[in-house]
Design a protein. Structure first.
Length: 251
């Protein structure tokens, strides 16, 4: 460890009735487990929630991937979360992944103060695998499991275009067992491996639809689908619209 090296810090504040999680510093593989743990805990709170990324930095593709997937998992847990994120690389990544079309994003803390609280009818959802309550974890395991989730996320990000990518492939690459990795996804991501792979593919598909003129069939192939019809069905399920409509819609 380098003395004086800047590290990710996560603190908590309030903005009126909202609980605010302030994320400051670099998003990297070392800090990703703490970020995932903090967002998971905050996501299970009953209070209105905001995540402040104004002072967060993602200086490489790995950091962007880790942050985008952490926010996407939080949104799955809390549909009513608000993200504070100024224009820049992080905001652009959330836009490209299609998350800005589903999550409330504001540009700064002043905008957050002016953003109405979610209504009582838009209560957040707390979900686990198959709707089950999350298992209690032994004290020694969260850090290691968080590291495995971050490592697995980067492997999926690197190999999402492989239509045959399997749990065992990822487990072998990060030197863990399939059973352990299944548990990591269930407890920390709140989803199964196949759902995580599909979500990453849909994020990259959204980016390709917005940034290129590639035919939908070619985009399907690039993100790991052999059949365009299967891809279109998965895309509608994830983003709520067909790929062609997503491409035409304003960002």
């Amino acid at each position: 460890m380098v003395i004086g090296e800047e590290r990710l810090t996560i603190t908590h504040a309030r903005a009126g009735a909202r609980r605010v999680v302030l994320v400051e510093g670099p998003i990297d593989l070392d800090g990703a487990p703490r970020l995932a743990h903090a967002l998971q805990r905050a996501g299970r709170s009953a209070e209105p929630l905001a995540i402040d990324l104004c002072d967060a930095r993602a200086e490489d593709d790995e950091g962007i991937a880790l942050l985008v997937n952490a926010i996407r998992r939080l949104h799955r847990l809390r549909a009513d979360v608000t993200i504070v994120c100024a224009p820049g690389r992080i905001r652009a990544a959330l836009d490209r992944a299609g998350l800005s079309r589903r999550i409330t994003l504001v540009a700064d803390r002043e905008d957050l103060a002016a953003t109405p609280l979610p209504s009582a009818t838009s209560a957040h959802r707390v979900v686990g695998p198959r709707g089950a309550a999350p298992r209690a974890q032994r004290p020694a395991t969260p850090g290691r499991r968080g590291a495995l989730l971050a490592e697995a996320t980067l492997v999926i990000e690197a190999r999402f275009g492989d239509p045959d990518l399997a749990l065992g492939d990822v487990a072998r690459q990060i030197a863990t067992s399939e059973r352990q990795l299944q548990r990591v996804f269930a407890e920390l991501a709140g989803s199964a491996f196949r759902d995580e792979v599909a979500a990453v593919r849909m994020q990259h598909a959204a980016s390709l639809l917005q940034d290129t003129d590639l035919p939908v069939a070619e985009i399907a192939r690039r993100v790991g689908y052999r059949q365009a019809a299967q891809f279109a069905k998965a895309f509608r399920r994830h983003h709520g619209v067909a790929p062609s409509r997503f491409r035409r819609a304003p960002g």
